[in-house]
Every structure is written in structure tokens, then in C-alpha cells.
Design a protein around this ligand. Structure first.
Ligand code: DTR
Ligand code: ZN
Ligand code: ZN
Length: 433
């Protein structure tokens, strides 16, 4: 059953209340009160790792900054995301005379003023293919992103993913991204989650202790599966989360250890041996055989848990909310229908970030044209037949309605322009921030 986030706005309620995600039972129990995220297929994560390993083998044995294997890695990840509907962009930068690349991927929808971002560096060192460092993090967030698309997840907050270049040379790519992000855009990022080495062969389970809410989200997941964790103490400044933390963005992340030696107490806690967490750190032996599948699986599921729980909730709108939850049937391949709300008590014009909550239940969103109609008849197109056979349109749009007088009758208009699939308007909500 397809997962779908439901705008379960209660009639008359001024708060945007999200129902829990309905759908596939998670492979692991979510902590009480948490949203159950889908299980991440570790087989799929391993397949992405195998593909990255092949890229390294075909390009001189590594995926390092400035080498062909790195750009081939970027192209590989980008193609996967483009194929499932992400909005991707490749950001170029120059370091030590060679071109570097960051890949940014946005999942359409969600509140653009509240962004949850997950990132991993995609580059390796020159000595090897970099499977644990950091194919593991890159492959895990790639599979998390593909699972978002596959499940049709429509979070309240906006989801963004990043794959960084030249981390091994000093967090170069992530610093470039943050430094070139306007201050107003930085402020929208409510959390950055970093995953760098999450499949170490002799693993520990370390959680970054930066932002308390993010830390607790990860800790809650691991306690839910009975795996003890420790705070990552050497992390400060050691990976791309530092670039975000340095500009005041809340950060968190996971780590399974590098060249440091696992203590006997940690062996008692996690198993393994009192040797390095990853004896192949920055070495040619950081290959596919240098991955612990259980650690990779647990951390991949922890990533999904954090993404779903940090993006599926929203601080209720503080402004005025106008809502119509009456069902309006949409005739198959027929005339347009409308659901309307009458706005009153709002002085002046509507805002440039008018929040338009659309909840349409339909079996083929590609049939639909959906518009917002202002009181004076101005038309703002929200959806124009994209999405193919995916079910439902359940998302929040942000419309620049600043040229419209706020008070009056606003309409949500829907028209089905192709045969065979049917549906109805389930809810229409305007929020004036
Ligand atoms: N700097 C990372 C590896 C690394 C070392 N310590 C930590 C702590 C937290 C995250 C990552 C790391 C690299 O070599 O890519
Ligand atoms: Zn490294
Ligand atoms: Zn790394």
C-alpha cells in the first residue's frame, strides 16, 4: 500500500495536524509517539555501493576530487534521482586548480520555509574506492531519497539532499554550498543531517551530540531496536556538518568509527574486536568487503526514521486558517469543480507566501489541472497534469498572492482532463502566516 501523508486537518482547527503515515509496517519498531518510516532496503543500498565501486574500478581505482571517478559518481547519483522526480542541480566549484561538484536534490512540495536536509560527501581519497568513506553515507541517503519518491511521501517540511565534493580536502564542497547560500535561505534549513562512514567493518554506533532534538531522534530509533549508542566525541569539525553548524544551522548525524581503536568496554557493548573501527580508513582496502552490512542496514533505517520524523511535523501556522473539508466529486474527463473558502478579517493584501493546502484523492494525478482562484478571478496554477499514474495530490503550495486583496471568496478549482480515473476534492485550506 502506498504511503501517503495525510493532511488530517480537523474542521475548524487552526492547527495543521498531520496524521501518521499509513502504509507499510516498518521493519523495526518506532519509538512511542514517533512516525513509522518505511524500511530502507539494505540490498538496494549495497547495490548503489557496488555501482560506485564499479565506477572507481573504471576510473583509475578511486572517486577522488578532480579525478574522473568523482564526476562519474555525481552523474550516477543524479541520474537515479532525476528518474524519480527530484529537482536536481549540480553546483561547480574550483579547488587546487580542478573543478569540483556538489549535487543538490530537492523533493518537490513541503513548506519551502522549513527545510530538512540530509547530506554525505561523495568523494573518496585517492588511495582507493572509498566504500565506507564515504560510499556508505552516499548510498544510504540515495536509497532514502529513492524511498521517499517510491512511497509518494509528502512531508510537511521540504526535503533536500546533498552530495558533497572535496570533503577529504577540508570540507571544501559543503563550505562552498553554505557560503554561497543567501542568509535567508540558510535560515530556512531547520536541520542538516550528516552521514559520513556508517558501515565500518568493526562498527560502533555513534550519534552526533550537536542539536538535542536531532540527537534524541536518532537515539530514540536505536533504543527502539535495542542498540546502545555513544556520543560522537571526535566529530566536531571532522565532516560536512561543521560547514552548516558554523553558520548556526542545527546539525546531527551518525558515525560508525574510523581509525580509532574500539575499547574492551565497547566490544562488550557492540561486539567486534578491540581493534580499529575501520582498519582500512583512507586506504586502498576500503572496498566492498570493508562494509558491515548490519551497521549499514541499521544506520540506513535510522536515516529514514530521522527524515520522516523531522520532516513530517510542522510548527502549526500562527496565522489565520480558512478551510473547507467538504468532499467535492471531480467528474471523470469532465467539467471543472470548485471548493471555496471565504476569507474575512485579514487586512490588506494576501501575503507573498500564502500557504495553500490541497488534499485531492484521485487514482491518476496526471489527469488533473488544479488552480487557486482569487476573489477577483485571478488564476494561480498549482498542478498541471504532471505525476502520471501516481495517486493523490496532498501537499502544501506556497503562492505569491501579494497582488490580491485577502478578504473574499477564494476557490480551489480541479478538472479531470482524461478518462478512466476518478477522484474528489477532500480538503482545501488557506493559511495566512
Ligand atoms: N573526516 C571523515 C572521517 C571522520 C573522522 N572522524 C569523524 C567523525 C564524524 C564524522 C566523520 C569522521 C573523513 O575522513 O571523511
Ligand atoms: Zn575520509
Ligand atoms: Zn568521510
Amino acid at each position: 500500500m502506498k504511503l501517503s501523508a495525510r493532511l488530517a486537518a480537523l474542521a475548524g482547527s487552526s492547527a495543521l495536524v498531520l496524521g501518521a503515515l499509513a502504509g507499510a509496517a516498518p521493519a523495526t519498531a518506532a519509538p512511542a509517539g514517533a512516525t513509522a518510516a518505511p524500511d530502507i532496503s539494505v540490498a538496494n543500498v549495497k547495490q548503489h555501493l557496488t555501482d560506485l565501486s564499479t565506477i572507481a574500478s573504471n576510473n583509475g581505482g578511486n572517486r577522488a576530487h578532480g579525478r574522473p571517478g568523482y564526476k562519474a559518481s555525481i552523474d550516477f547519483v543524479k541520474a537515479k534521482l532525476d528518474a524519480v522526480g527530484f529537482t536536481t542541480s549540480v553546483q561547480q566549484f574550483t579547488y587546487s586548480g580542478t573543478t569540483g561538484y556538489n549535487l543538490i536534490a530537492d523533493w518537490p512540495g513541503g513548506d519551502p520555509n522549513q527545510v530538512i536536509m540530509a547530506g554525505s560527501h561523495l568523494d573518496s581519497v585517492t588511495s582507493g574506492p572509498g566504500m565506507n568513506d564515504n560510499g556508505s553515507g552516499s548510498a544510504a541517503i540515495l536509497e532514502a531519497a529513492l524511498t521517499v519518491a517510491r512511497s509518494g511521501y509528502q512531508p510537511t517540511k521540504h526535503l533536500r539532499f546533498g552530495w558533497w565534493g572535496a570533503e577529504e580536502l577540508g570540507l571544501v564542497g559543503s563550505k562552498y554550498y553554505v557560503n554561497n547560500l543567501p542568509t535567508a535561505e540558510r535560515a530556512k534549513i531547520k536541520g542538516y543531517l550528516n552521514f559520513d562512514m556508517i558501515g565500518s567493518p568493526n562498527p560502533g554506533y555513534f550519534v552526533y551530540d550537536d542539536d538535542p532534538a536531532i540527537e534524541q531522534t536518532f537515539k530514540g530509533f536505536f533504543s527502539g531496536i535495542g542498540v546502545p549508542t555513544e556520543i560522537e566525541t571526535e566529530g566536531d569539525g571532522r565532516s560536512d556538518h561543521a560547514s552548516f553548524k558554523n553558520v548556526g544551522i542545527p546539525v546531527g548525524g551518525l558515525f560508525t568509527g574510523a581509525s580509532r581503536v574500539k575499547s574492551s568496554a565497547q566490544v562488550s557493548k557492540w561486539g567486534g574486536t578491540a581493534t580499529a573501527f575501520d582498519r582500512c580508513y583512507h586506504s586502498s582496502c576500503d572496498t566492498l568487503s570493508n562494509i558491515n552490512d548490519t551497521a549499514l542496514d541499521r544506520n540506513s533505517d535510522a536515516i529514514a526514521h530521522a527524515i520522516w520524523n523531522l520532516s513530517g511535523t510542522s510548527t502549526p501556522p500562527t496565522g489565520k486558517v480558512f478551510e473547507n473539508t467538504a468532499d467535492v466529486s471531480i467528474p471523470d474527463n469532465g467539467a471543472a469543480v470548485t471548493s471555496s473558502v471565504t476569507v474575512s478579517g485579514v487586512t490588506g493584501n494576501a501575503p507573498s507566501n500564502l500557504s495553500v493546502g490541497v488534499d485531492i484523492v484521485h487514482t491518476y494525478k496526471g489527469d488533473l489541472v488544479v488552480d487557486l482562484i482569487a476573489p477577483d478571478g485571478s488564476v494561480y496554477n498549482l498542478h498541471n497534469r504532471s505525476g502520471g499514474g501516481t495517486d493523490n495530490i496532498q501537499q502544501t503550495y506556497t503562492v505569491n498572492a501579494s497582488s490580491e486583496v485577502a478578504n473574499g471568496a477564494w476557490k480551489l478549482r480541479a478538472q479531470d482532463k482524461a478518462g478512466a480515473d476518478t477522484g474528489y476534492i477532500n480538503g482545501f485550506k488557506l493559511t495566512f502566516p
